[in-house]
Design a protein around this ligand. Structure first.
Ligand SMILES: *Cc1c(COP(=O)(O)O)cnc(C)c1O
Length: 474
């Protein structure tokens, strides 16, 4: 399997060649040349595999469809490393539970940091370590985080050979739980850096350092951002796993998914699974008040927002101004026409801040199963409260999903799986506001705010961070 850019440039490349990269050299995103197809027979084999050997075994089989430059034994070992060994607090990794007549929760947040990002990051840690060691290379991962991504990356990369992580956070501006989660890591290859500034300052420092190509090369600087192809691939696996569980339990031939969305990463994996022939009925894109994607799916107009136009909401991991994985879907929607995709993203969007699809192209969106709706703070609180009365706790992002599944899924005959993207323990303030009591604290997080902390304070200055990387980087 080879990988091509959504903007049509460059030669097709192998999986291990693109693994450590972000954007393709022409500014596009990587996608496989074609989607391997799942027929009924394969799905029934996968179903047996999942129930007899478990999630890691299923993951290895799905990965093998997309990766031909690593052997199957290696893939099996890496998937076992990611999803075996008690790292997840549910033995079946992604269980599905029923929460209504037609509605299910697909639990993606039983990983080490209680957010769905662990599903992909854990595998990325295994893959990175393997490929770096094969190639005799090292990597200093530099990132900025205000929440879930940074801690998920740190837990996945902790103690790995040939990798160090330098994660910038806005000093004093993360929730106590999030700070504790990151700063309590004592592994010597993890470096938490608290910057005197806000999240945008942290991100600006990362951008400034990444733009210095000479420094970047000399100091082996890389990233683990949401456009990485391997992250999407890891996510395709749970769509298959959840489909198999829910179709078996309900007898339904088709299953729909409702996905709380920020960067279009999670739901993009659903799109890929559907393109592989997985019998997905609808893919419902749930946004919060930052409804860039809802606007697109209802009007055909994709309009990015500025930082000032991006609201700080109570589902903060979905507060985005543009959806960084979205170009992958548009490429497929345009019949994989890289030149047209480049025209939309590299010209129209850059020049005018939006593009609008021609009527005939927009009409194809429903062939791809997509529909979309949005949720507000009040909706979120209501859904949390309603389920809490039945003894089911959900986090604010999942609540956006439940809200939109109810409004958008009313006419569907297929069961809807709402993807649960975090555990409520991460967002206790909103849970308390909704229900009057705090969320359950799973045992493994009980003492998290008590232990020692490992974090350095640095000035809001890229040169100071560069000096730090020179001193401590690989
Ligand atoms: C990252 C994240 C999202 C959004 O996921 P995308 O892949 O960016 O669409 C939703 N909920 C939670 C809790 C997250 O951490």
């Amino acid at each position: 399997m080879r990988y091509v850019s959504t903007r049509g440039g460059g030669k097709p490349r192998s999986f291990t060649d693109i693994l450590l990269e972000g954007l393709a050299p022409d500014g596009g995103l990587y996608l496989p040349e074609e989607y391997p197809q799942l027929d009924k027979r394969t799905l029934s084999d996968f179903s047996k595999l999942l129930s007899q050997e478990g999630y890691a075994a299923l993951a290895a089989k799905v990965l093998a469809l997309y990766i031909d430059d690593m052997d199957e034994l290696t893939l099996a070992r890496l998937c076992e490393g990611a999803y075996g060994g008690g790292k997840f607090s549910a033995a079946d990794i992604v269980p599905a539970t029923q929460i209504g007549q037609q509605m299910w929760l697909g639990h993606l947040s039983y990983g080490p940091t209680a957010a769905f990002k662990d599903m992909a990051m854990q595998l990325l840690g295994e893959l990175f370590e393997e490929v770096l060691s094969q190639r005799g290379q090292v990597l200093n991962i530099l990132g900025a985080t205000s929440g879930d991504t940074g801690s998920s990356a740190e837990y996945a990369m902790a103690n790995r050979r040939g990798i160090k992580v330098f994660m910038l956070t806005p000093r004093g501006r993360m929730s106590p739980f999030q700070q504790a989660q990151m700063f309590s890591l004592t592994d010597p290859n993890i470096f938490n850096i608290a910057i005197a500034g806000v999240f945008d300052d942290c991100q600006d420092i990362v951008k400034a350092i990444s733009a210095d190509l000479e420094f970047k090369r000399a100091h082996h600087i890389g990233a683990v951002n949401s456009i990485n192809w391997a992250r999407l691939l890891a996510q395709v696996v749970y769509y298959i796993g959840l489909y198999l569980q829910v179709s078996e339990k309900t007898g339904a031939e088709k299953v729909s998914f409702c996905v709380p969305t920020g960067n279009f990463g999670n739901v993009c994996a659903g799109h890929i699974a559907r393109q592989m022939g997985l019998p997905i009925d609808r893919l419902i894109v749930a946004t919060n008040e930052n409804n860039v994607l809802e606007e697109f799916f209802t009007t055909g107009r994709y309009r990015v927002r500025s930082a000032q136009q991006t609201l700080a909401t109570s589902s903060p991991s979905m507060d985005i101004s543009k959806a960084s994985n979205f170009e992958r879907f548009i490429f497929d929607l345009l019949g994989r026409d890289g030149a047209r995709c480049r025209e939309l993203f590299a010209n129209q969007l850059r020049n005018s801040g939006y593009f609008e699809l021609p009527e005939a192209v927009f009409a194809k969106i429903s062939d791809f199963g997509f529909q979309s709706g949005s949720s507000t703070h009040a909706n979120r609180l209501e859904q949390i409260r309603l389920l809490d009365r039945e003894g089911i706790e959900i986090d604010p992002h999942t609540a956006d999903g439940v809200q939109v599944a109810k409004t958008q899924g009313a006419d569907l005959t297929s069961p809807i799986v709402v993807l649960e993207t975090a555990l409520p323990v991460k967002f206790s303030q909103t849970i308390r506001e909704a229900t009057g009591h705090g969320p359950k604290v799973p045992g493994r997080f009980a003492d998290i705010e008590k232990g020692p902390r490992r974090v350095v304070d640095l000035e809001n200055d890229p040169e100071v961070v560069k000096d730090y990387l020179r001193e401590f980087g690989l």
